[in-house]
Design a protein around this ligand. Structure first.
Ligand code: ZN
Length: 407
């Protein structure tokens, strides 16, 4: 009987649930999680669509949906039939009244968004900074921004906690081991912020969080093996999703692709080595040649599309060449189905798609006929508004009834 098996792994969106449970109650909990993961990532689904994706039979889907409705994690809304004409049917969507705080910190700003389980951004506030904040100042600013949202949250929503994306190495307990852009070292951030906000707080590396969100909601949705690379002034971060799960490594921070050494005789990197990828491929030199400061991704797109200065074009071409060598190595090492470039690397892709596509074309023995898709991140700035909330939703998504009993 097919319902004896958990639904995870049968084409549902990547669901990081271990398939080790055995009792009926455990299988039910796991199927509940699979259904919630699906409507969370894919939006409103009819019951028959849920059945088709999870492989669960009709009566099981009906019972699971009812349980999620009782837990007030999903709500009913009409969905259009896909691919054929017909009347809209009553579908199931993640309930946006279940919310998490989505917090992003970089050297120039702290932003806090209130994000629903269905990915709605209910509100967003941003605090600009003149210099990188100390951990203490960061916690103080976040607390005051959240205080301004409290009345709204208490009146309208059920809050599960907060997720924070940090540019740096973060361990599985939410300690920032090192963040060169923020000058933080061995900072127990989850602990500190949880004390101040009086709610559960989860912390992750910004690129890893971005990688997970891009595979759940963005251009890599449903793709099981993805290499995600994101570039900014702060450096290059990455995430590797293998069989639907983010590779964490023994220390919890695998995917430091920015510190791949590509030119040992070049300039010093913040990590202490010379010629790391993020030193060689960086918007700072391009912006300096353009005579501009602080352009965002969209503005830099426009600037480079009209740039005619041969010095600027030569520097962009040099960086694209370095990036393509690195991409060839990464693709040969990990054999992803898709490479997603985000931030500044997405800008380089827009200027030089041909050159970079050639870099991910596999040539090694045994790879005949296999192509690696190269895509620019789709969600762009919206992604980083909602991505950190995923850290906070993890407990609810993985064990809906246990987590909801604490709300
Ligand atoms: Zn380095």
């Amino acid at each position: 009987m097919i319902d004896d098996l958990p639904a995870v792994g049968r084409g549902a969106s990547p669901a990081p649930v271990a398939v080790t449970r055995t009792t009926n109650e455990d299988v039910r909990a796991q199927n509940l999680s699979a259904v919630l993961h699906l409507v969370h990532a894919a939006g409103a689904q009819s019951r028959s669509e849920i059945g088709a994706v999870t492989g669960l039979n009709r009566s099981t889907v009906t019972a699971l949906v009812q349980e999620l409705l009782d837990l007030r994690l999903v709500r009913e809304e009409s969905v259009k039939p896909t691919g054929r004409v017909g009347r809209p049917s009553l579908g199931v969507a993640a309930d946006d009244d279940v919310v998490a705080l989505s917090i992003v910190v970089d050297p120039r700003a702290i932003s806090v968004a209130l994000v629903g389980l269905g990915s709605a951004v209910h509100s967003r506030v941003r605090h600009d900074l003149a210099s990188p904040p100390s951990p203490r100042r960061f916690a103080h600013v976040v607390a005051s921004l959240v205080d301004g949202m409290r009345a709204d949250i208490d009146r309208h929503y059920r809050l599960v906690g907060a997720g924070v994306a940090v540019p740096g190495l973060v361990d599985s307990r939410g300690t920032v081991l090192l963040s060169p852009p923020l000058s933080w070292r061995r900072e127990q951030l989850a602990h500190r912020l949880s004390d101040v906000l009086r709610m559960p707080v989860a912390v992750g590396n910004d690129a890893s969080v971005g990688a997970m969100a891009e595979t759940r909601f963005g251009v890599a949705r449903g793709v099981r093996n993805v290499l995600y690379l994101s570039g900014s002034m702060s450096g290059i971060g990455g995430g590797l999703v293998i069989d639907g799960s983010l590779l964490r490594g023994t220390s919890g921070f695998a995917g430091e692709f920015g510190h791949t050494v590509v030119n040992p005789s070049s300039a010093l990197c913040s990590c202490g080595r010379r010629g790391c990828l993020q030193v060689e491929v960086n918007p700072a030199t391009v912006l300096a040649l353009l005579g501009r400061r602080g352009l965002d991704e969209d503005e830099l797109d426009i600037e480079l599309s009209v740039a005619r200065d041969p010095v600027v074009l030569a520097e962009v071409a040099r960086q694209v060449d370095v990036l393509s060598v690195a991409l060839t190595n990464f693709v040969n090492a990990f054999a992803p189905e898709m490479v997603v470039l985000s931030g500044y690397l997405g800008v380089l892709l827009a200027t030089s798609r041909e050159r970079l596509s050639e870099a991910v074309r596999l040539h090694p023995v045994g790879s005949e006929g296999r192509t690696v898709r190269l895509e620019r991140a789709r969600m762009r700035s919206h992604l980083m508004q909602i991505a950190p909330a995923e850290l906070a939703f993890e407990a609810v998504l993985n064990d809906p009834s246990a987590a909801t009993s604490q709300l």
